[in-house]
Design a protein around this ligand. Structure first.
Ligand SMILES: [Zn+2]
Ligand SMILES: [Zn+2]
Length: 147
């Protein structure tokens, strides 16, 4: 599986299937993206690698929030798109679903591997979603089920 920022200056590849693929309705995702919820896909540390030319950092800006210093997010210096985040507590990478490689019709090629299987942090949603996926107050199977 491969993906990139909008302009293509930053690219990445994944060598393993995700450990989590979800729609996240948490207030952090809402405030960081300006969207009601985010398609987030998590991978084990070794599954992720940058594939644009080295040094990789030359094309990237990194950000971390004082309330979550263990999480670093990377954005493309050219187009500003946030592509991936790394969590030093879990060792995992999170990748935004919209950045995965697309075919000529605009469809994500690896959709079957990365499609969301659940709604997490649905308790703080700003939009009701009428689908068949489970809906959880926090993380799936670790919080109250809301739907
Ligand atoms: Zn870019
Ligand atoms: Zn979130």
């Amino acid at each position: 599986m491969k993906g990139s920022c909008f302009c293509g200056s930053v690219t990445y590849a994944l060598s393993q299937p995700p450990v989590l693929a979800a729609y996240c309705h948490c207030t952090l995702c809402q405030r960081l993206t300006g969207c009601p919820f985010v398609h987030t896909v998590h991978f084990e540390h070794d599954a992720f690698r940058w594939t644009h030319s080295e040094p990789h950092d030359a094309a990237l800006d990194s950000f971390s929030l004082p309330i979550k210093p263990w999480k670093t997010r990377w954005r493309c210096k050219t187009c500003g798109v946030c592509v991936a985040g790394h969590n030093t507590k879990t060792g995992r990478w999170s990748v935004w679903g919209g950045t995965f490689e697309r075919d000529e019709e605009g469809k994500i090629e690896s959709w079957d591997s990365i499609k969301p299987t659940t709604h997490i942090f649905y308790g703080t949603r700003t939009l009701d979603v009428d689908d068949e996926l489970g809906k959880w107050e926090g993380y799936a199977d670790k919080s109250n089920r809301l739907g």
